[in-house]
Design a protein around this ligand. Structure first.
Ligand code: KG4
Ligand code: ZN
Length: 333
């Protein structure tokens, strides 16, 4: 069985082909970074227009690289939400068209579930129950997974996502978009202890995150110290801010680990590409004597392989899916 997955929830147009053994035959990701860079963040209207331009090429390219024709595809999978509604509708409509024309099943996939599932794509035997920290430009959430397909949201951001905070601080310093990778690269040269940032604290014992205060504190520090690219403490500032973001994430993982005693820890989402976060997350897991699972960097950013992989698992668990043309996109969780 071959499955073609489509992902267009934000600003990456992606299509991937997997077989039923979860082997990735192709995973094509076309990024729109250059289009959104002048604005320092994703412009939804531009994103959906670009998806329309790219989707045909990306799907064709995923088939070409897999060495298959569209007739060889046994089922189609597509991200249904959450995400930007215009962007989601491009992928969903395209997938519906394919499934309808070729009379094949269409499997809807939740974007956040797919991000978590990217860890299972490379490690089939992750033990349950486990905790998953999903960190991206749109989401910062903690999930408790009792077993496969049984996840509970136990913490989420009350304002900005961690990636959004990184992107906004980078934008303020004119470092381009996406900000996370630039900050990571420059932070390597800095002293993370130079600027101490107070971490956000929830007063209600919740495991929710908040990055808006940290972002405001960072912008205040930039103004107060007149930090620019030429400032002698430029790299120290970025290292300190990145460190604060990583610590804020791990504080809540620690709370959750104490409360839920998981048998494994998963880190996923675009920000999980960050080397400092990967290192500190693994060190934390070692300290807790709990195995950690972090997907390869290319599976952390939005991609269709994770979408197709989750669809394969759904078919294996629940059986065949009908072709439903009533499927609708949902922008929020
Ligand atoms: O998961 P993703 O590709 O898209 C969303 O669903 O949001 O995540 C994008 C986010 C952006 O905020 C970007 O700055 C961040 O991931 N990011 C990074 C790194 N690479 C991407 N943040 C920190 N370090 C990185 N190396
Ligand atoms: Zn994502």
């Amino acid at each position: 069985m071959n499955i073609l997955g489509i992902e267009t929830s934000c600003d990456e147009t992606s299509a991937a082909v997997l077989n039923s053994s979860l082997e990735i035959l192709s995973n094509v990701v076309l990024s729109q970074d250059e289009i959104h860079a002048p604005y320092g963040g994703v412009v939804p209207e531009l994103a959906s227009r670009q998806h329309i331009r790219s989707i045909g090429y990306v799907v064709n390219e995923s088939l070409r690289r897999a060495g298959l024709a569209v007739r060889d595809i046994d089922a189609f999978a597509v991200t249904q939400g959450p995400g930007l509604i215009g962007s989601l509708l491009v992928g969903l409509s395209f997938a519906k068209g394919l499934a309808f024309y070729f009379k094949k099943p269409l499997i809807p996939v939740d974007h956040l579930e797919a991000h978590i599932h990217s860890a299972f794509l490379e490690n089939k035997d992750i033990p349950f129950p486990c905790l998953a920290l999903l960190v991206s430009g749109g989401h910062t959430s903690l999930f408790f997974l009792e077993k496969k397909f049984q996840s509970r949201l136990i913490g989420r951001t009350r304002d900005d996502a961690a990636g959004e905070a990184l992107d906004k601080v980078a934008k303020y310093l004119d470092l381009g978009y996406p900000g996370g990778p630039v900050i990571e690269q420059k932070a390597e040269k800095g002293n993370a202890r130079k600027f101490p940032f107070a971490l956000p604290r929830m007063t209600d014992q919740s495991m929710d995150f908040s990055f808006s205060g940290l972002k405001t504190a960072a912008l205040r520090t930039i103004k107060r110290n007149r930090i620019t690219r030429e400032h002698p403490s430029f790299y120290d500032f970025l290292a300190s801010f990145q460190n604060a973001v990583v610590r804020a994430l791990l504080v809540n993982v620690d709370l959750a680990a104490k409360r839920f005693s998981p048998h494994a820890l998963i880190l996923c989402g675009g920000v999980a590409r960050n080397k400092k976060l990967r290192r500190d997350f693994s060190a934390f897991a070692r300290e807790k004597k709990c195995p950690d699972f972090i997907p390869s960097p290319e599976l952390c950013t939005d991609n269709a392989a994770m979408v197709a992989a989750l669809a394969v698992e759904k078919i294996n668990t629940f059986g065949d899916f009908p072709l439903s043309l009533d499927l609708n996109a949902y922008p929020r969780m």
